[in-house]
Design a protein around this ligand. Structure first.
Ligand SMILES: [Zn+2]
Ligand SMILES: [Zn+2]
Length: 444
């Protein structure tokens, strides 16, 4: 019997794949995250590894690269699988050393085909701490950058703002920064006024290292101040680590000051866990977004309610509908599967006070931009409505969208929500706007 290590965080997928291989001469070892999977790979030295791209603790690219670094595993066949249809994920998978790449839903005959290619490879086989809302006051959200892709200043975008993604969230004394797009420059200027004698500590959560989410970082002046501590968290991207991506954009060819010249206590943490506490009273939950490479959505669970930040994500169902139209295909399985993936997003948004989410396109634009990793605004609002969220902010506005266009998208999304019977509040994120979550309790 040949052994197979199956790594997927979704128990149902593991069961379906195991069932499809039952009686086919495969002994299966299951793991729900990349780290546990790698432990199994090192002890079992399997003939094949079937690993989902977006697994916690170590993603599929990392698993692939680690296996390829081991001489003793050179005969192990590595197959990455994913719900992602982005072509550069496929290319990165092969660049990371994958032998094959499967797009979910997995078709049994296709799975058997890729597993049995070079079947003789069997030779490698060895047979939070609770805090009361009154203690911290309301959770305050401030938008510093709301645009996607590239800064787009100008008269036509003046109302909503032209800076790229950066959102500040305050919970009591804690300062949490979501992404470091060009909006972070002005946030930095504002924070400089608060440094004082005792200094300042901030936590920065990076969704992913695409340019529009990190390009403001070199201009974040507190990072050059000796009394500022910055803890930067993210998940390792497709090719470069988090630190590597920030480091590279500050190399001589691109920027006059290097990362090492920043005076702060700067720490980088590439996350392993999908849920972790930051400071007192705030727990962060994460989910992998449907976006090229490794991209996260964050859910900040605060004493006043939860704030979800999902800046770059492509909703699954519309993407699948448009794909089938474009490829003149009809597949109810594909559609059902896409809906199941959307349901996971709904669960992630469930009951949130505020959802800030990708709404880059409208329904007429979307078909020509399918597969770019972004969502139609109506879909974002309907997903948040289904999740019972209280308020949703359209975010990651397209650089070509004028204030007028964004207002029309808000109107359309409101209509879509009303038609679905939802009472959800709908607005577009606007640079400079402050949103409070929870009651301000005045002390007696
Ligand atoms: Zn983006
Ligand atoms: Zn992106």
């Amino acid at each position: 019997m040949k052994s197979l290590v199956l790594i997927d965080s979704d128990a149902l997928t593991r069961t379906l794949i195991s069932e499809c291989l039952t009686g086919k001469e495969w002994r299966i070892f299951e793991a729900e995250d990349g780290q546990a999977g790698m432990d199994l790979v090192l002890t079992e030295r399997p003939a094949a590894v079937l690993c989902d791209l977006r697994t916690p603790k170590r993603n599929g690219f990392q698993v692939c690269r680690t296996i390829r670094e081991q001489e003793s595993l050179k005969k192990t066949r590595v197959i990455l699988m994913t719900v992602s249809r982005f072509s550069n994920d496929r290319e990165t998978a092969f660049a990371s050393g994958a032998d094959d790449y499967l797009v979910k839903p997995i078709i049994p005959v296709e799975l058997l085909r890729v597993l049995t290619l070079n079947g003789e490879n069997g030779a490698a086989s060895r047979e939070t701490q609770a805090v009361s809302p009154a203690a911290v006051g309301p959770t305050r959200i401030r938008f510093w950058g709301v645009r996607g892709s590239i800064p787009s200043p100008g008269r036509e975008t003046y109302g909503y703002g032209g800076n790229t993604s950066c959102v500040e969230v305050r919970v009591g004394e804690q300062i949490i920064i979501l992404d470091a797009g060009s909006g972070i420059r002005r946030l930095g200027q504002s924070l400089m006024k608060e440094i004082g004698e005792k200094g300042l500590s901030v936590t920065m959560l990076i969704s992913h290292t695409h340019w529009d989410h990190i390009q403001g970082f070199p201009f974040f002046v507190p990072a050059y101040h000796p009394k500022v501590n910055i803890r930067i968290l993210g998940y390792e991207g497709a090719v470069h680590g988090l630190r590597g991506a920030l480091f590279e954009q500050m190399q001589t060819a691109f920027f006059p000051v290097g990362l090492n010249q920043m005076a702060t206590h700067l720490t980088f943490e590439e996350m392993d866990d999908m849920q972790f506490p930051i400071g007192s009273g705030v727990t962060v939950r994460t989910m992998f977004a449907n976006h090229p490479g490794i991209c996260l959505g964050y859910r900040l669970c605060t004493p006043n309610g939860d704030v979800v930040y999902l800046p770059d994500h492509e909703a699954y169902e519309r993407s699948e509908v448009e794909r089938q139209k474009a490829e003149k295909e009809t597949s109810s399985t594909g559609l059902e599967y896409a809906r199941m993936q959307d349901e996971k997003v709904v669960e992630f948004l469930r009951g949130a006070e505020v959802v800030i989410a990708d709404s880059q396109y409208d329904a007429t634009e979307y078909p020509t931009r399918r597969g770019w990793g972004h969502t139609c605004a109506d879909d974002t609002v309907l997903l948040a409505a289904r999740a019972g969220a209280k308020k949703v902010f359209l975010f990651h506005h397209d650089p070509d969208h004028t204030d007028e266009k964004i207002e029309a998208m808000v109107a359309s999304a409101r209509e879509a929500a009303a038609r679905s019977g939802s009472q959800i509040e709908v607005a577009a994120a606007r640079e400079g706007e402050v949103v409070e979550v929870g009651e301000v309790n005045s002390p007696d």
